[in-house]
Design a protein around this ligand. Structure first.
Ligand SMILES: Nc1ncnc2c1ncn2[C@@H]1O[C@H](COP(=O)(O)OP(=O)(O)OP(=O)(O)O)[C@@H](O)[C@H]1O
Length: 344
């Protein structure tokens, strides 16, 4: 049976059905609709004001590739300029190939690219060194926790380096729903309270961050990359199989079979979530080591780096926060560059 005509242009044959609405569209009309929806997200949320210098967190993966491509299309209408910022976490056999993809994109799209490395920013620590250090502590699955905290800090540093006023990342609706679910499953009310909305306004001097693809499903991101013939790196990080996120992802996939709207429902729930006054996280204060915003005496990045420097990663990544708070940073510990507390 031939494909039905495109429900938008009525001229071409439909090439896909949109996963959520079931609308049959040709590739060109789907891409135009996808771009219009991202534009709406940015304008309705007032995420990127005209004149903004936007640092795109570029990992070489599908999400940030699609984000950079869409924003490049929308940049003249939004009146913003773009810079690609890539973080080299020091993950052998993974990040080098991903960075090669980012370099190809920067060259093809004529966008300036800056690469910042954990090793330079964090006193020689790479993710491979962190993984070696945490192996045998029984907590090696926490690699992604370390990486998330340090990457956020590194992205902030890279963005400042290129004179950016805003940071955007490629988190899509599926990523966000996984995060919400993980925070619920861990009982992490602080992150639940901070994690909603389309980004963070830039508390305490940190650059404002946003996620323009937060309402786009993973399937549509992949479809957009396919129809725009984007070149991206699709391998999974070598440390990802250890991550708790994988369990949240599996659970969501199963839930989606019985309730297709579950991903967006979770994202919207998090946006509207209000904590009871007694459960509100403590007011952030300055980290005693680097002066970044922190909900405890030490910010997360300093806590992790200090734990690593002491050779006690178990302390740094465990749930025993009380123990952590009592620990002063090791004398002479290098404070990492300043940034604010992670919101995602
Ligand atoms: N090494 C990196 N350098 C710069 N930005 C990064 C890096 N890793 C992740 N990001 C940013 O954080 C976002 C979420 O990354 P994460 O690895 O959690 O998810 P992902 O769904 O695999 O994203 P992607 O497909 O873009 O790699 C990315 O879209 C990107 O904007």
């Amino acid at each position: 049976m031939p494909a039905p005509p495109c429900a938008s242009c009525h001229a071409a044959r439909a090439a896909l059905r949109r996963p959520r609405s079931g609308q049959a569209l040709c590739g060109a009309c789907f891409c135009a609709a996808f771009e219009a929806e991202v534009l709406h997200t940015v304008l309705a949320g007032r995420l990127l004001p005209p004149g903004a210098v936007v640092a795109v967190g570029a990992s070489g993966g599908k999400d940030s590739t699609v984000l950079a491509h869409v924003l490049r299309e929308l940049a003249p209408r939004l009146g913003v300029s773009l810079r690609l910022v890539a973080v080299d976490e020091g993950i052998g056999g993974y990040r080098d190939a991903a960075l090669a993809a980012v370099r190809r994109q920067a060259a093809r799209w004529e966008l300036p690219l800056t690469v910042v490395a954990y090793a330079d920013l964090f006193g020689g620590w790479t993710m491979d060194a962190v993984a070696r250090s945490t192996a045998g502590s029984g907590r090696s699955r926490a690699c992604c926790t370390f990486c998330g905290v340090l990457r956020r800090r590194a992205l902030e540093e890279g963005a400042r380096l290129v004179g950016a006023t805003h940071i955007v990342t490629g988190h899509n609706a599926d990523d966000m729903a996984e995060t919400v679910l993980m925070n619920f499953l861990r009982g992490d009310t602080g992150r639940l309270a901070r994690g909603g909305g389309l980004g963070s306004p830039g508390e305490g001097g940190a650059l404002p961050r946003c996620r323009p693809l937060q309402l786009a499903s993973q399937k549509e991101v992949v479809l957009y990359a396919h129809f725009r013939r984007l070149d991206y790196f699709s391998e999974e990080c070598v440390y990802a199989p250890e991550a708790f996120r994988g369990h949240a992802r599996d659970l969501l996939k199963r839930l989606e079979v019985v309730r297709p709207s579950v991903v967006l429902d979770l994202v919207h729930s998090a946006e509207r979530l209000a904590l009871a006054p007694a459960a509100q996280p403590a007011r952030p204060r300055a980290c005693t080591c680097c002066r970044a915003l922190a909900s405890r005496p030490l910010c997360q990045a300093c806590t992790l780096l200090d734990g690593l420097d002491r050779g006690r990663p178990r302390l740094a990544i465990g749930k025993g926060r009380r123990g952590l708070d009592e620990e002063a940073p090791r004398a002479g510990a290098q404070p990492p560059p300043s940034a604010a507390l992670p919101a995602f």
